[in-house]
Every structure is written in structure tokens, then in C-alpha cells.
Write a protein that binds this ligand. Structure first.
Ligand SMILES: [Zn+2]
Length: 331
């Protein structure tokens, strides 16, 4: 789970041309705790200090992407991984940078750690800011890898606001970054958002959407296949409704009536679900069905029997769609 490695380096302070402190580190050895991507052997690299996260009274130095951050061990104890790590007695010759032990975090991004450390040090400021996808993904990656439970909970709640478990609750804010969210969900084990992520991509027209149209460079071939399979399945559902709007296999509201409402009901379904060439998304069936439940202008034109049958059919189709979305996308 943890991908942190303690490393033992020889450190020589230097100055670069801009006057920015440079630290030349020659790695002589390291040991890793179940890390898939640690470096080993002798290597030499130059690191620069990240001034915004260099606390003069800090007592541990983190090296991430050749940037050095000096922070406080007590702050890192919110992470199960760091808490365990800091309990392990270190050999006396362990890495020292600016008088502090140093830890090399292999495979992490500095930008992700900037997010996590802002949460750790200034949670009120952090929560007041708008949550961008980059903030969300940085928080989730670090909190998952280093087991920071509260931060991971926050990140998952934020994800669920965009990609809810129930696709019927999905709103416009699900459309941006849906492809990136699929990768993030898989990397950080949040599978519950996947149906909404795929559905959000499937309702976007690739030729006019900056986000959906980039799916092929973001998604794995396997996930692209899921997306295409899901779009095909949704297209089949839509086509079946448009061909025969009042009849659903398995639905108990299929009886035709002699009251004269049927032709208007048929026309209504076909008009509501017709593709709109000007819209940036193709027919968003779940959204249409929910809006149909509240379409008083139409429902007030039906006789009471047909009103009941109509609303039952809408609810039945919505329920089927909710239930089938995961299997449509082969999830
Ligand atoms: Zn009627």
C-alpha cells in the first residue's frame, strides 16, 4: 500500500544561479516499505527547496520530484503510513537535510502534496476554496496512498457530488473531467462513481465536447470499450422507446385506451427524446425522464387513467435505466 521510502543521502548545500538554495543529494542506500517504484543504488540528483512549504522549525524533510519540503512530523501523524513509519527507529546515519531526517517519496507529485499539506496545515482555508478537479484528485491520491482517513472521506464526498451513485442524480457538473475521474476512481479504489462517470461521458457528443472528445487519450483501451458498449446499449433503449413509446416488455402499463390520449402520449415521447442537433449532448435519458415526471403542462392534458399509466411508465423506465447502467458499461 505505502510507497514511501526512507533514503539515506549525503547532502551538500549549494547555490544555483538564481540564488535559489540547491541541495545536491547523493543517494547511497535506501530501504522501501512495500513500494513498487523505489529507486535503489547510488544516484545523484539536485533538489530545490519549495519555499512555500519550508517551515524553518520543521523537523522532517520530504523530497518529492526533486523538491524539498520541510514540515513537522506531528502534522504527518494524521497519516497511518507516516505514523507507523515515524515510530520505526532510524539508524543514526540516516539522511539529514538541514539538520532533519529526510524521506524520499517516490512516485508522488509535488502538486498533490501541496494540496494535502494545505489540508493538513490550514483546513479552514482549504475548505473555503472552490474545489477543482486537480485539488480533488491530489487530495484523493495522497490520502489513499498514505491512509489519511478524513481527507479521503472528504475527497470521496466531493467526487460523489459530481458523480453520484444514482445516475438519475447526475447534473451538468458531471460532464467535465469524467474520463479523468474514471482513471482516478480505478487508481484510488472508488468504484462507486464509475457508472455516473461513464454515463456522463456517454451523453456527451464527442465532436463538440472538449472533455468527452478527449476520452480516447485519457481512457485505457478497455475503458474505451466499456464506453462504446454503454453508448450502444443506451442507443438501443432509446430506439425501442421511440419506435413504440407506450409499450415496454415487462411493464404492466401497456394497455392501450380508447380515451384519445394515446396519440398525444406517443407524440410526446418522440418529441422529448428526439436528438437536438444544437445540444452539446445527445439524449440524456435519465435527465429527460426526471423532467417528464414534473411536466405538468403535459400531464394535466391526460385523463386520470392515462396520467397514472404515463407516470408509471416514466418511473418504470427510469428504474430500469438506473438498474441497468452498470451492466451497460460492463461494470
Ligand atoms: Zn386517456
Amino acid at each position: 500500500m505505502a510507497c514511501a521510502s526512507f533514503s539515506m543521502d549525503i547532502v551538500t548545500p549549494e547555490e544555483n544561479l538564481d540564488g535559489m538554495p540547491l541541495v545536491k543529494r547523493r543517494r547511497v542506500s535506501n530501504y522501501a516499505r512495500s513500494c513498487e517504484a523505489t529507486q535503489s543504488g547510488v544516484s545523484s540528483r539536485q533538489c530545490t527547496i519549495l519555499k512555500s512549504l519550508w517551515f524553518p522549525d520543521g523537523d522532517i524533510v520530504l523530497e518529492i520530484e526533486q523538491r524539498l519540503l520541510k514540515v513537522h512530523r506531528k502534522r504527518l501523524r494524521c497519516s497511518v503510513i507516516f505514523s507507523d513509519m515515524l515510530h520505526i527507529p532510524q539508524p543514526s546515519e540516516t539522511d539529514q537535510v538541514d539538520g532533519c531526517p529526510s524521506v524520499t517519496l517516490v512516485g508522488d507529485a509535488v502538486t498533490d502534496w501541496e494540496v494535502a499539506l494545505e489540508w493538513i496545515y490550514s483546513i479552514d482555508d482549504f475548505l473555503r476554496k472552490p474545489t477543482t478537479f486537480d485539488v480533488l484528485s491530489g487530495a484523493l491520491r495522497i490520502s489513499t496512498k498514505y491512509e489519511i482517513g478524513d481527507l479521503r472521506c472528504w475527497a470521496i464526498q466531493e467526487l460523489l457530488l459530481r458523480w453520484p451513485v444514482d445516475v438519475a442524480s447526475m447534473r451538468l457538473n458531471a460532464l467535465p473531467h469524467a474520463a479523468e475521474a474514471i482513471n482516478l476512481a480505478q487508481e484510488c479504489n472508488v468504484p462507486e462513481i464509475l457508472p455516473s462517470c461513464f454515463y456522463a461521458l456517454s451523453v456527451q457528443k464527442f465532436h463538440c465536447s472538449a472533455d468527452g472528445g478527449r476520452s480516447h487519450i485519457v481512457l485505457s483501451p478497455n475503458d474505451l470499450r466499456r464506453l462504446i458498449a454503454g453508448r450502444e446499449a443506451l442507443q438501443d433503449v432509446l430506439l425501442r422507446i421511440v419506435i413504440d413509446p407506450l409499450t415496454e416488455p415487462g411493464c404492466s402499463n401497456n394497455n392501450s385506451r380508447s380515451c384519445g390520449c394515446d396519440p398525444r402520449r406517443i407524440e410526446y415521447w418522440r418529441t422529448r427524446l428526439a436528438p437536438d442537433p444544437k445540444s452539446p449532448w445527445s439524449t440524456w435519458l435519465a435527465r429527460e425522464l426526471i423532467q417528464m415526471l414534473d411536466d405538468g403542462a403535459f400531464t394535466s392534458s391526460l385523463c386520470s387513467d392515462c396520467l397514472h399509466a404515463h407516470l408509471s411508465t416514466v418511473r418504470w423506465r427510469l428504474g430500469r435505466l438506473r438498474g441497468n447502467i452498470p451492466s451497460f458499461f460492463l461494470l
